[in-house]
Design a protein around this ligand. Structure first.
Ligand SMILES: [Zn+2]
Length: 416
């Protein structure tokens, strides 16, 4: 390392071929039919991917540390010992039928940014780090976002020790078995964190934007709705003499969808599960239950939409001769990312002339946890047809390179 980065230098270009080749190398670990990968956290496949990442980090001259949750933090020293670490990364674990990019791209983009600096002989004042957060997907060990939750203090050491897979295996035991259980003292303070991730939605592709600068992660409320009517004989009960809970629920579903649409394009209102107490083709349903999943990036709007959904269920229940009880089960407030981290990413996208837009994340990410304790932001790369958690997930080498160039610029900005 001979030079310190400065504004007069032409923008560096990351090595798009190396970045793509590494995606394919990781994808071969736990490969499944149709271009997919299955690497559940702390399984043999996850351990193999971790070992490959560790070897690349070693080759790049990084010092690897592993903490209590198995998070990997590979540090490149800075020239100013007083500065905190500017980190970037995501996760190497996948869904059971996962693709080649969800999570992996963020880890490899961070490594690629560091290697580009190595190749150019450029030092930064602050240290940089490449991070692999443990168990983002939460498939084998619930909850998801486990490593970043522990890092942010949202999950205690004790809770981590109690975390168990469905087959009874303890997280700690499996992490130790695989060689990836570190120590609490290895929790490394970070000065800033940036996460590159595929969008997992269709907005960037539809608007022909190559880069998404993520300003927030939307909030989430779950409402449990129980609709009570009366079980009745389908043949003998006239239509105007029924308290049909399923019919009431159907009216509610249509009205909830309308309420979401009226709230604007950022609103999400979904019902993914509906059960009835009776399950007979000749019984009018007396009891139905469903869960409303409501999301919005703005705290006030989310609260307003939640209240509206509650009112819709109560009103339509009465109009249908039934009653409804609505209880809030989960409420996660929206995360606003750090303004200076967002600006660093936006400056990079603008300076390079990429078509970009600011965007709110629809999905939860490790960055939302990390943002509770460290200035944080995210950059999104478009993915084909918005498809993710699917073996057909695809991001182009060009788009991955553009996002990684923006990440590189922002890391340089924050670490200068
Ligand atoms: Zn992910």
């Amino acid at each position: 390392m001979t030079r310190i980065a400065n504004d007069a230098m032409p923008p560096l270009q990351i090595n798009a071929d190396r970045l793509w080749a590494r995606h394919m190398d990781i994808a071969r670990i736990g490969a499944i039919a149709g271009n997919g990968s299955c690497r559940l956290a702390m399984t043999a496949e996850d351990a193999e991917a971790r070992a490959l990442l560790a070897s690349w980090c070693r080759d790049a001259g990084l010092e690897l540390r592993v903490d209590r949750a198995g998070n990997m933090v590979a540090v490149r020293p800075g020239s100013d010992p007083a500065r905190g670490i500017v980190a970037s990364g995501s996760h190497l674990d996948t869904q059971p039928h996962g693709g080649r990019f969800d999570g992996v791209s963020g880890v490899l983009a961070a490594l690629e940014a560091v290697e580009t600096l190595n190749d150019a002989g450029i030092a930064t004042a602050a240290p940089l780090a490449v991070v692999n957060w443990t168990n983002e997907e939460g498939v084998r060990y619930a909850p998801g976002l486990l490593g970043s939750a522990w890092y942010a203090g949202l999950l205690t050491d004790e809770a981590l020790s109690d975390t168990r897979a469905a087959d009874g295996m303890l997280f700690d035991d499996e992490a130790r078995l695989r060689g990836w259980l570190g120590d609490s003292s290895e929790k490394i303070p970070l000065a800033a964190f940036l996460e590159l991730h595929i969008e997992q939605g269709p907005v960037l592709e539809r608007e022909e934007k190559q880069v998404g600068v993520v300003t927030s992660v939307q909030g989430l409320t779950w409402l449990d709705v129980r609709v009570s009517g009366t079980d009745a004989h389908a043949g003998t009960t006239p239509l105007d003499h029924r308290q049909d809970a399923l019919l009431a629920a159907a009216r509610m579903l249509a009205a909830l969808n309308e309420a979401g649409l009226e709230c604007g394009p950022a609103a999400r209102v979904s019902v993914g599960r509906l059960t009835t107490a009776t399950d007979g083709p000749s019984t009018v349903v007396g009891e139905a239950a469903f869960v409303i999943d409501i999301r919005h990036p703005d705290t006030g709007t989310l609260a307003g939409l939640t209240a509206k959904c509650t009112a819709i269920c109560e009103t339509l229940a009465v109009q249908s001769g039934c009653t409804a009880t609505v209880t809030q089960r989960i409420s996660v407030s929206p995360t606003q990312f750090d303004a200076s981290c967002v600006r660093a990413l936006e400056d990079g996208a603008a300076r390079r002339g990429y078509a970009y837009r600011k965007i709110a994340s629809g999905a939860l990410h490790d960055a939302a946890n990390v943002a509770k304790v460290v200035p944080t932001a995210m950059v999104f790369v478009p993915c084909r047809d918005g498809i993710s958690h699917n073996v057909n997930e695809y991001a182009s080498p060009e788009d991955l390179a553009a996002g990684t160039n923006v990440l590189l610029d922002a890391l340089l900005d924050l670490a200068r």
